[in-house]
Design a protein around this ligand. Structure first.
Ligand code: F0G
Length: 361
């Protein structure tokens, strides 16, 4: 059997932008859509989780990065640059290796999860810690890319959106149609833009061929309460949340996110850090799916809408969980009360082990 060939080759016919580009790939995409048994029962709908943590560098960014890096290679670029809360930099660093380019990453001081930082360093990226927020990092990265021979690979690069829209195609391929509702976290708002583009394109194609969606879902986006500029209607100067991935005060694709919300009759709402960490616990302990806190915002949003009585009975709902739990594992080491969970210490003895496991009185 042939293995999955990465999103550019798998969806070549729907990525006209990439047509003549050399393909820079690590085999991204083809991630599982997992039926969430506990959540489905709880909210009275058919809930699926799109597990994007299973991409090569552990986040959905790889879908966009294969496209952005392939376009950069096509243009003869020797270097790429990005601003990042961590995942984009991990992905850019890895794909730059594959493309034989150098990679500069700008990250906000002190707010990057350890796993993501380790990835950028392991892949030899030039790491700049900026004395400012993610939004400041993006401003600087854009200016550098304007004035110097280096390609910007943030989601303001149209190739990123093209690559990321393939997640919507995969969902439609598995379900046989688009879901009724799609939940996802919103940070810089590239991903909600990309999914909406993918769903719209599939619905537009449905008229002339099989295998496409007959409808588009409502897009339900969720920001963290302390970093919810779109919900509040104005930029947030000092965004703050445990979900460092989405700690963004002035999203680059703000306008596109509003379009996705309004054209789909969807919503963009805020979830608190408490709700995010509770959802993080639910999805790991009830579904067996380990995600980073930023990713749990989609699940937190689903649970919040359920608590409000706003989940249509029997609806098909997809929640994207965007990054792997191993990126930022510290949150899993605490219980619901915020206490550190310690393993039970035992001597080298089977009966004691059995007793500790409740197998023996
Ligand atoms: N989830 C995770 C795990 C992310 O890393 C990000 C964004 C998002 C959700 C939000 O996606 O920005 O398209 O709305 N991370 C970017 C980064 C900002 O630099 O890695 P978005």
């Amino acid at each position: 059997a042939q293995q999955w060939r990465g999103v550019i080759r798998e969806y070549a016919d729907r990525l006209p932008l990439l047509r003549d580009a050399p393909v820079v790939t690590l085999g991204e995409g083809g991630t599982p859509l997992i039926h969430a048994d506990y959540l489905s029962e709880l909210v009275g709908a058919e809930v699926y989780v799109k597990y994007e943590g299973l991409n090569p560098t552990g986040s959905f960014k790889d879908r966009g990065m294969t496209a952005a890096m392939s376009m950069a290679a096509k243009s003869g670029a020797k270097a790429v640059i990005c601003a990042s809360t961590g995942n984009t930099s991990a992905s850019a660093a890895a794909y730059a290796i594959k493309a034989g380019m150098t990679c500069g990453v700008l990250v906000p001081e002190g707010k990057i999860a350890m796993g993501k930082l380790a990835q950028a360093i392991a892949h030899g990226a030039e790491l700049l810690q900026v004395e400012g927020s993610f939004d400041d990092c993006l401003t600087v990265a854009r200016k550098v890319a304007e004035s110097y021979p280096v390609e910007l690979v943030n989601s303001v690069n149209p190739a990123r959106i093209e690559g990321q829209k393939t997640a919507a195609f995969e969902i439609i391929d598995v379900l046989g149609d688009a879901p009724d509702i799609h939940c996802l976290p919103v940070g810089n708002a590239g991903n909600i833009t990309a999914y909406w583009k993918g769903y719209r394109e599939s619905a537009a194609l449905a008229a002339d061929s099989d295998g496409h969606a007959t409808k588009a879902p409502q897009m339900w986006g969720f920001q963290a309460e302390g970093a919810a500029p779109i919900v509040k209607g104005h930029p947030v100067d000092e965004p703050d949340t445990v979900a460092t991935a989405i700690r963004i005060g002035n999203p680059a694709s703000w306008r596109q996110a509003l379009a996705a919300r309004d054209e789909s009759s969807g919503l963009i709402d805020a979830v608190t850090d408490r709700q995010i960490l509770d959802a993080h616990r639910v999805i790991s302990s009830r579904e067996g799916i380990f995600v980073e806190p930023g990713s749990a915002a989609s699940i937190a949003g689903l649970l919040m809408m359920h608590a409000r009585g706003d989940i249509p009975a029997g609806a098909t709902i997809v929640c994207t969980v965007t990054g792997h739990g191993l990126k930022d594992p510290q949150w899993a080491l605490r219980n619901a009360d915020g206490e550190d969970v310690q393993p039970t210490r035992i001597p080298v003895d089977a009966v004691t082990a059995a007793r500790a496991l409740g197998l023996e009185d």
